[in-house]
Design a protein around this ligand. Structure first.
Ligand SMILES: [Zn+2]
Ligand SMILES: [Zn+2]
Length: 441
């Protein structure tokens, strides 16, 4: 038999190893705790949705829908070839009308669920949050992930500026509580659909004479979604966009009043933020307030959170008119930013006790004893490899056990066990019940 070929995780979809987990858990647990303080309830939607949800929800002329979705059609036949050490799978696919897509973001699925289950008939206003993986077919050379976790909040059913302000405060609060100082809050308004139509014309007129100088992406954005030119990272596009008048100068009275109220509320709440005229966000569904939280330790791609108001999405997906505002926290950049400021997570606590077998004949008793102690919630480690006393003591050290408990035939006969406190080396004799009481402390 030849050399066995190893199989790697798909590109851009890394494993999360135990050493990565403490920071990830801190982020998730902070989210559950802080979001609930603000009255948000958790919702879970499937990994897959019908493709048309994202086409309609996010918008056809967006990078995600055009290039980055994992879309699956019915597999009509699969041929699997297996030789020792090597397996190949070839699929013949036919596109079905009811194609499904791995969710690239969380907002459209949450709104789909609200509309499908008619939640707004039960109560007019919902605050919902989600935690889970999203999928985008990013270019692998850019080193970006194709499966990444997002944590998001969606307030559904209100057009009031106080909800925008609360949502931004919640996002900022999350980063404070997770222990990431130095997060900058940027906000802007992109107006309602009417304001945007007017501003679109202004922008096109302004950019038209220099259209040829824009980057390739922006040249095609010019027709499809001219606003995206404003947040292009290409230096030439940036220079050209700088000449554009701010969207704020083209707002109707309602949109202007809405934005003024949001900024006034944030100021009164003591939040530091800047107004960024070039912040537009990449999705079609945003209206009025948009915001982004960023961290300077991350370099060029510095966003850790993005969000905004989306007042038309519920209706576009078949629900009643309902204003919404929400945001998503990028878990990967948040982990990176925490790591950059050396937020070393305390090691997971070690075992409460390590049971050491003096001889093989007591191993069955040790096995039973471990089960009894574990049933009381005590973390027990033991040896599975019939190793020597010395090797077991080394393992007890390595797993950072608080106590090593030496068990031999004599100890079992007397019903008393010898405990060695690992930190001090101090030894005590206790009955099994006393051992349990001590370890539970
Ligand atoms: Zn407007
Ligand atoms: Zn550009």
């Amino acid at each position: 038999m030849g050399k066995i070929e190893k199989i790697s995780a798909p590109r851009g979809m890394p494993d999360t190893l135990p050493s990565d987990m403490p920071l990830l858990r801190r982020i998730e647990e902070t989210a559950h705790r802080v979001f609930r303080i603000y009255g948000y309830e958790e919702i879970r939607t499937p990994m897959f949705e019908e493709t048309r949800l994202f086409v309609r929800g996010i918008g056809e002329a967006t990078d995600i829908v055009e290039k980055e979705m994992y879309t699956f059609a019915a597999v009509t036949s699969a041929r699997v070839q297996s030789q020792p050490g090597r397996t190949t799978v070839s699929l013949k696919t036919e596109f079905a009308e009811d194609a499904i897509t791995l969710r690239p973001e969380g907002t459209a699925p949450v709104v789909r669920a609200v509309v499908e289950h008619e939640l707004l008939k039960q109560q007019g206003f919902w605050k919902l949050y989600y935690v889970g993986p999203m999928f985008r077919k990013e270019r692998p050379q850019a080193g970006r992930l194709r499966q990444f976790e997002q944590i998001g909040c969606e307030a559904v059913g209100s057009a009031e500026p106080v909800v925008d302000a609360e949502s931004i405060l919640l996002a900022a609060r999350f980063f404070k509580e997770v222990g990431l100082p130095g997060v900058q809050v940027k906000i802007n308004t992109i107006g309602c659909l009417n304001c945007r139509a007017a501003y679109r014309d202004v922008l096109r007129q302004l950019l038209a004479p220099r259209r040829g100088e824009l980057c390739k992406d922006c040249q095609s954005r010019f027709d499809r979604n001219v606003f995206r030119v404003l947040d292009c990272r290409n230096p030439v596009c940036r220079e050209i966009a700088r000449a554009a008048p701010p969207m704020r100068a083209h707002l109707d009275a309602d949109c202007r009043a809405h934005f003024n109220e949001v900024t006034a509320l944030l100021t009164r709440a003591g939040l530091e933020f800047i107004i960024d005229d070039h912040l537009v966000r990449g999705f079609d569904y945003y209206t009025r307030t948009v915001f982004e939280l960023s961290h300077s330790a991350l370099g060029a791609r510095d966003a850790v959170c993005g969000g905004g108001r989306y007042d038309n999405l519920v209706a576009e997906l078949g629900g009643p008119p309902a204003g919404c505002v929400g945001f998503a926290v990028g878990v990967v950049p948040t982990v990176l930013a925490l790591q950059k400021q050396n937020a070393a997570e305390a090691l997971q606590p070690g075992a409460d006790a390590y049971l050491i077998a003096v001889s093989d004949e007591v191993r069955t008793d040790i096995f039973r004893m471990a089960e009894k102690l574990r049933s009381e919630g005590i973390r027990i480690e033991m040896d599975y490899e019939r190793r020597s006393l010395k090797a077991q003591m080394r393992s007890a050290n390595k797993c950072r056990a608080r106590y090593a408990i030496v068990v031999g035939p004599d100890e079992l006969a007397a019903g008393r066990l010898k405990l060695k406190q690992m930190a001090t080396g101090e030894e005590i004799n206790l009955s099994l019940d006393e051992v349990a009481a001590l370890l539970l402390k």
